[in-house]
Design a protein around this ligand. Structure first.
Ligand SMILES: CC(C)(COP(=O)(O)OP(=O)(O)OC[C@H]1O[C@@H](n2cnc3c(N)ncnc32)[C@H](O)[C@@H]1OP(=O)(O)O)[C@@H](O)C(=O)NCCC(=O)NCCS
Length: 256
């Protein structure tokens, strides 16, 4: 998964990205008046240290704990972390699980690099939600790594999912759906325009999963047939008016 970018990289070693268009959109919004600009919204979201509070359904005392409801997931606890709150053993587990799940798929496309994946998981903007088998911190079964960003292509603020991984023996029980529901809720509560992610064209199972969750191909997904991935998107819930980007077409085309 991760994220593919186009031109200059960032200071923490993320792959290149294109800034010109986003910068122009930002200036235009600033001129419009008092509404916070996308950059300000992203900065405010990044300043939040209590991820559970951003979800808005914290059901248990403690700043970072959220309990799954029966309607959106299995009976488990999820915890949210800003990158520097993530315990080392969980950071190692996130890396190991990603490697177990993805290395072979990466090797067939853009290649797997241990240092690059470790760097990505340690990025200062990284935010995590981890699902556990029980109420204590034992037995993590899945995690999502996301970031708040101003989208390169149109200058809107987005929640970008860099990684979603579930342990093999925990799949098909609503863990992935529950984790994505929390990111989407956070996107809405922080006034992001949409949730976005990148999926390999060869990852047909993930494509079907995202389709079930209502994701569609983003209009900026690369048109090049030889490209290994597609960009999927889901607008944040209606009510803020006009910031969501219309989809190009259904994500069903992702299947090989
Ligand atoms: C993709 C993945 C995250 C899904 O997580 P999960 O916890 O198994 O998914 P859920 O149980 O929450 O499923 C949610 C919905 O998606 C559907 N779904 C999940 N996996 C599916 C699959 N392989 N094929 C078809 N539908 C699938 C489920 O049927 C369910 O639909 P429903 O709730 O309407 O009945 C998980 O399989 C995984 O970690 N895969 C390996 C890593 C990976 O590919 N990550 C994505 C990288 S982009």
């Amino acid at each position: 998964m991760g994220r593919r970018r186009s031109e200059a990289g960032d200071a923490e070693g993320d792959p290149p990205r294109k800034r010109g268009e986003a910068g122009r959109a930002e200036q235009k919004r600033k001129r419009k008046g008092d509404e916070p600009s996308p950059r300000e919204l992203v900065a405010a979201a990044n300043a939040a240290r209590d991820i559970a509070a951003l979800v808005g359904d914290a059901a248990k005392p403690g700043p970072t704990t959220m309990r799954s409801s029966s309607s959106d997931g299995p009976p488990s606890a999820t915890r949210g972390y800003v990158v520097d709150q993530l315990p080392d053993r969980l950071r190692r587990w996130c890396f190991d699980l990603t490697k177990r799940n993805m290395e072979a798929m990466y090797e067939r496309t853009w290649g797997w690099s241990n240092p690059e994946k470790r760097r990505e998981l340690a990025h200062s903007d990284a935010r995590f939600i981890v699902a556990f088998r029980g109420d204590d911190d034992d037995g993590p079964m899945g995690f999502v790594h996301f970031r708040f960003e101003v989208e390169d292509s149109d200058g809107t603020p987005v929640a970008y999912v860099y990684e979603l991984q579930v342990e093999d023996d925990a799949r098909g029980r609503g863990v992935g759906r529950a984790l994505m529901a929390r990111v989407e809720s956070i996107a809405e509560n922080t006034r992001m325009a949409r949730t976005m992610l990148t999926v390999l064209k060869t990852n047909a199972a993930a494509a079907r999963f995202y389709e079930r969750l209502g994701y569609v191909e983003d209009r900026d997904t690369p048109r090049d047939e030889a490209c290994h991935y597609v960009i999927l998107t889901k607008p944040a819930e209606a009510g803020r008016g006009g910031e969501g980007v219309p989809p190009r077409r259904s994500s069903g085309v992702v299947n090989p």
